[in-house]
Design a protein around this ligand. Structure first.
Ligand code: ADP
Length: 602
């Protein structure tokens, strides 16, 4: 029976330890206020009144406090009514066990004056009050009165600091905590393994080694090898970097901390560094484990050398802390840091040196075969009919990332469901691809007949040229159905190639200019419809002249700084004359292709 009762008590009520602090605080405040008030037995009176009362022999005992220059005098019961009036204070015991009789208190002009006054009064009047001199007041009372407010604030301060530093939940006091999400064996709802990652065979091979480090570190340490501290996954967004990192954690069966570089950034100074410390402390406690920092360029950007420019001190502090923590690890502490970025070139060199992120793993956009595999993975959960062919889908989605493909599969299923189908077919996938590339179909967009004609001619120009030109990308489809922002579109199937020749660039530009050329030739007037084309062509031409060294007057010169170190300096790496030359060359190249486009169309 009694054990039952105990059980009930401990299990039934949830007790938040913060309540203790609150109750203690409350008690202190209450005590402080009441002890201050706990002297209603003392009535303060003037010195002249005090003198009068003394002569009238009202007091039985006087206690002179020399330090504070005041006297406390107990009033004889017979005179209490005269002194206190109707509200005679009762006799009571104070917190220190002393009895407090009803008394009055007065400030003395000085202790000497009091003793003079007392002696004189004693000679002339018949008084029997005893006098006691005291150095200070009640020692403990003084101490407490003096220190209690200080104690209270110290207490409050300690409490706030503990909430800031400790595992307090949320609020502004949690700013110093890292924002890492942890996927542990217990919390993982579904373990990610290498099977979920399609393609990326080279990257997988690299990270498999990391899994091995985590699983059997002895194998490496026995030979005196050091376990690497970090690996950097470099690649465009949506190519499966996070997925890969999760798969590593899943395969190695270790906890996985996931956070984004921007999670370190906060408007308070010093918070970033404190979050880095917190993250590493947590990770070390859980070792062996994996820490995954997505978008590490948010903190890892090269520190500016140009101090005069101000620079972002807070970000640099955070980065410095990160560098220090990565170094401070014992090499075999079992914490491996994976980071992802799509811009490894702008990262601080110190991050990339050996002992930190010494491995770089490239995660590129998937090639045809990889896309096929990714489709296979994502079609697993989708009910498809026999018209769906992964090979065809992979061909239709050049330049798509893994995330895009996952999106296509989901979108196709949604489209099919909207159409009330039981299976997802090929058309649904094609619609999904269209939608993801160009945006939602705008059936309500009103175009005049004239506009539609212009759009049709424009797109026909693109189509004709890409048909006629040897190196232009093959055409997939032309449409004047407006989607998203565009009014019409000609879609190409870019060849998947790693290098592009001069001729290919020329033909591509020519085909891109085909739209405007067609408008000019057939309608005799040009429109704003070609804005996007022109932007593309101009950029391309600048790249040809300034980066690829492909112009006649500036051959084999490249003005691009791939190290990213000169970012922020305002000087161009070339003279004003060269700048003029570049402009002229760009104009010439674009113009040549425009004339060529018109010629072919004509
Ligand atoms: P990143 O971190 O590179 O931006 P993610 O790893 O977050 O990209 O990928 C987003 C989603 O895209 C994943 O959840 C997954 O569904 C899909 N995905 C990307 N790459 C692949 C791949 N290689 N295999 C299977 N799915 C992929």
């Amino acid at each position: 029976m009694s054990t039952n009762a105990v059980k009930k008590k401990s299990g039934g009520m949830k007790f938040d330890p913060n309540w203790i602090y609150l109750i203690l605080c409350g008690a202190i405040v209450y005590w402080f206020v009441t002890t201050k008030d706990a002297m209603p037995t003392e009535k303060q009176i003037d010195w002249s009144d005090f003198q009068r009362y003394t002569r009238e022999n009202v007091f039985s005992r006087m206690t002179v406090n020399l330090k504070e220059n005041l006297v406390l005098a107990e009033v004889k019961p017979a005179h209490q009514k005269a002194v206190f009036g109707d509200t005679v204070p009762p006799i009571r015991t104070n917190a220190w066990g002393e009895t407090e009789k009803p008394s009055v208190k007065t400030i003395l002009p000085s202790a000497d004056r009091f003793s003079d006054f007392y002696d004189k009064t004693k000679e002339r009047y018949d008084i029997d009050a005893t006098v006691k001199y005291e150095e200070g007041g009640n020692f403990w009372l003084n101490l407490l009165n003096g220190f209690l407010p200080i104690l209270f604030f110290v207490f409050l301060w300690v409490w706030v600091m503990r909430k800031m530093g400790g595992g307090g939940a949320g609020g502004i006091f949690g700013v110093g905590n890292s924002r890492a999400q942890i996927y542990d064996k217990g919390t993982a709802n579904k373990k990610t393994t290498f099977k979920d990652v399609a393609g990326l065979s080279e990257a997988k091979q690299e990270v498999e080694e990391i899994v091995d480090f985590l699983k059997t570190p002895q194998k490496y340490t026995a030979l005196g090898a050091k376990i690497p501290t970090g690996a950097l996954l470099v690649g465009p967004p949506g190519t499966g970097k996070t997925l890969l990192a999760k798969a590593v954690a899943g395969e190695a069966e270790v906890p996985f901390f996931s956070l984004s570089g921007s999670d370190f950034v906060e408007m308070f100074v010093g918070v970033g560094a404190s979050r880095v410390r917190d993250l590493f402390a947590k990770a070390k406690a859980k070792a062996p484990c994996i820490v995954f920092i997505d978008e590490i360029d948010a903190v890892g950007r090269a520190r500016s050398r140009n101090m005069a420019m101000g620079g972002n001190d807070e970000r640099e502090n955070t980065l410095n802390q990160l560098l220090t923590e990565m170094d401070g690890f014992g090499t075999n502490s079992g914490v491996i840091i994976l980071a992802a970025t799509n811009r490894a070139d702008i990262l601080d060199k110190a991050l990339l040196r050996a002992g930190r992120f010494d491995r770089q793993i490239n995660v590129d956009l998937p090639e045809l075969n990889d896309r096929k595999e990714i489709f296979v993975v994502h079609l697993n959960d989708i009910k498809i009919d026999e018209t769906v062919d992964t090979e065809f889908l992979a061909r239709q989605t050049p330049g798509f990332s893994g995330a895009d493909i996952a999106n296509v599969c989901n979108e196709a299923a949604l489209i099919a469901a909207r159409g009330g189908k039981t299976l997802v077919g090929r058309d649904d996938f094609m619609n999904a691809v269209d939608r993801i590339v160009a945006g939602l179909e705008k059936k309500s967009k009103i175009t005049t007949l004239e506009e539609r004609q212009a759009i049709a001619l424009h797109e026909a120009g693109h189509a004709t040229l890409s048909w006629m030109l040897e190196y232009a990308n093959p055409l997939v489809k032309v449409t004047i159905v407006s989607r998203g922002k565009s009014l019409g579109a000609a879609w190409y199937m870019p060849e998947e190639r790693q290098i592009t020749t001069y001729q290919q660039l020329q033909d591509e530009m020519c085909a891109t200019l085909g739209g405007r050329a067609a408008e000019e030739l057939t309608l005799g007037k040009i429109s704003t419809g070609a804005t996007n084309d022109l932007e593309k062509v101009t950029k391309q031409a600048y790249a040809m002249v300034a980066y690829y060294g492909m112009s006649e007057r500036l051959p084999n010169l490249n003005y691009y700084d791939s190290s990213g170190q000169d970012w922020g300096t305002f000087t161009k790496p070339y003279s004003d004359e060269t700048a003029t030359l570049i402009d002229e060359e760009v104009k010439r190249i674009v113009n040549e292709q425009y004339l060529r486009a018109k010629e072919i169309l004509a």
